[in-house]
Design a protein around this ligand. Structure first.
Ligand code: NAX
Ligand code: K
Length: 507
């Protein structure tokens, strides 16, 4: 599991540790780890550190200090290092002295700095780290736009990325590798920030940190959360997932949601709705009923809404009336936005909402207006979907708090937020999942995990993880487009992948 901590948590842990250690120890630890990664990258690129061209972009804080000390270490190994000072009067004095003592050169003119930057073998981005506020300042912006020949290594955080949220106000420096200290930062795991970070490496500096609110699961974590039938299990003990999906207009959504549900570990899938005939023809193992959830017999969790069309209102009401976990997706979410959070108020079993940002905008508007169905409010401007996408962590948390439900916000970095504050960010996504029907498969899969007894946080984060992996497996060649049915079919491979990696020694 990769754990990410907020800046205030890092600062508190740093203060506690610094009180016990000689001054400068933490910066030295950080710089040693940073220099080691840079040396590895240079050796991979050029065969050796000696003679390579390194540029240090140094801002005014300790982030610049880390970069200058690492630059000094590389200069001692024979690299030709120049330090571009973005705030010359406030550069980290001891770091600068170390760099000069090691033979590094200092550049003050932007033209020279940009020319060096463009032809360097390796650039260290030490403009700003966890102390950064707002976007890049004007003097740093040309570096975000400039072409470069070498690799860019971000020190702790790519400059311009908000460490706590991954939001990017204006320009940011795109890194190939980010070396972060003490812990991951949420902004390194969540887009758009994550897309600026490249490969993220963690250097331990001895911080003692509290349990993280924001984590990204890895194979071993997911393997531990997969439902595995015991010797005593029968299909009912393994859980039955009810799928209320599809409509005359969207029969395909029913098939895709069932396809996902069949591969989520529940013992059986019970489909209710107008596509019963098509479902049973395609999936003879599914139980089918026409009508709505109310008369369908007992299930351990409901999935309601994919392709629900005109039937979504009734299906949602009947599913929410059942005292079992309910996953609401697609047309179910549109209906829920119309009703507002009050529609969930009487529930004791948990609810999982799986919006994309457009649906999230409607849900937030519904929460702010107290639901438009009752005719109340209606005045607030609905938040724009692209603004919500740019602030994914905050959006998922706002929704979870407003609806008192677990929220899986889909998109570039799927984020799952529990109303209690825990957040999981999904590392396996691929942009090819933005394909018609892929959300239906995800809904079925997550619902199946709910029926098998997983909590909404676990069900949602495991489903997102497997779904992303499956999309990669489904592609005929890496990075090729995939269809939703192919993603569903590849879910078994994703399960195997996760389980076999976790079974490997040292996993
Ligand atoms: N906290 C820790 O435990 C450790 C921190 N270390 C390093 O120290 C960094 C934090 O150092 P600081 O607190 O000095 O903060 P930073 O170096 O991240 O930035 C603060 C400085 O940048 C300026 N600044 C703020 N926003 C800016 C922007 N948008 N553009 C340009 N300049 C901006 C501020 O005026 C201030 O001078 C970490 O990111 C890490 O690199 C490491 O040395 C090891 C230990
Ligand atoms: K940085």
């Amino acid at each position: 599991m990769r754990s990410a901590h907020r800046v205030d948590q890092v600062r508190a842990a740093e203060a506690a540790l610094m009180a016990r250690l000689p001054g400068g120890t933490l910066m030295q630890r950080a710089a040693v780890g940073l220099a080691a990664t840079c040396a590895r990258l240079l050796t991979r690129r050029r065969g050796r550190v000696y003679g390579s061209r390194v540029v240090v972009l140094a801002g005014s804080g300790d982030n610049g200090g880390d970069a200058l000390y690492a630059g000094a270490a590389l200069a001692r190994r024979g690299a030709r290092v120049s330090a571009v000072l973005l705030a010359p009067a406030r550069a980290h004095a001891a770091g600068l002295a170390a760099l000069r003592a090691a033979g590094g050169r200092v550049v003050l003119e932007q033209e020279v700095g940009l020319a060096d930057f463009s032809r360097a073998d390796l650039v260290l981005d030490g403009i700003v780290g966890i102390g950064g506020k707002g976007g890049l300042r004007p003097e740093a912006q040309p570096y975000a736009r400039a072409g470069r020949a070498g690799v860019v290594v971000a020190v702790d955080v790519p400059s311009g990325v908000d460490a706590d949220t991954g939001e990017v106000a204006g320009a940011a420096l795109r890194a190939d590798v980010t070396v972060c200290f003490g812990t991951y930062k949420p902004g390194l795991l969540i887009d758009p920030g994550a897309s600026y970070a490249g490969a993220v490496q963690l250097v331990g500096i001895g911080l003692e940190l509290p349990a993280a609110e924001v984590v990204a699961l890895q194979h071993a974590d997911v393997a531990g959360l997969l439902p595995v039938p015991g010797a005593e299990s029968d299909k009912y003990r393994r859980g039955v997932v009810g799928v209320a999906a599809g409509s005359a207009r969207y029969p395909g959504a029913a098939l895709l949601a069932v396809a996902g549900a069949l591969r989520g570990g529940a013992g059986a899938v019970r489909y209710v709705g107008t596509a019963a005939e098509e479902v049973v023809r395609r999936f003879p193992e599914a139980l089918v009923t026409e009508g709505g959830p109310a008369g369908a017999g007992r299930v351990q969790a409901w999935v309601v809404g994919p392709g629900g069309g005109e039937g979504a209102e009734r299906a949602l009401a009947e599913a929410l009336a059942a005292d079992v976990p309910v996953l609401v997706d697609a047309d179910g979410l549109t209906e829920l936005a119309r009703l507002g959070p009050g529609a969930l108020a009487g529930r004791t079993a948990p609810t999982l909402l799986t919006p994309h940002t457009g649906e999230a905008a409607r849900l937030l508007a519904g929460a702010e207006n107290g639901g438009s169905a009752g005719g109340g409010g209606g005045g607030a401007r609905p938040p724009a979907a692209d603004e919500l996408a740019a602030a994914r962590l905050g959006t998922a948390r706002r929704l979870a708090a407003a609806y008192r439900a677990t929220v899986l916000l889909k998109g570039s970095t799927t984020v799952v937020a529990d109303p209690g504050g825990a957040v999981r960010v999904n590392p396996t996504g691929t942009s090819w999942l933005a394909t018609a029907g892929s959300g239906d498969v995800l809904a079925g899969l997550a619902g199946s995990l709910l029926a098998a007894g997983r909590s909404p946080l676990d069900a949602a984060s495991v489903a997102a993880y497997l779904h992303g992996l499956a999309a990669r497996h489904a592609a005929a060649t890496p990075g090729a487009p995939v269809t939703a049915l192919e993603v569903a079919a590849a879910l078994s491979t994703a399960w195997n992948d996760v389980r076999s990696a976790a079974a490997e020694p040292g996993a």
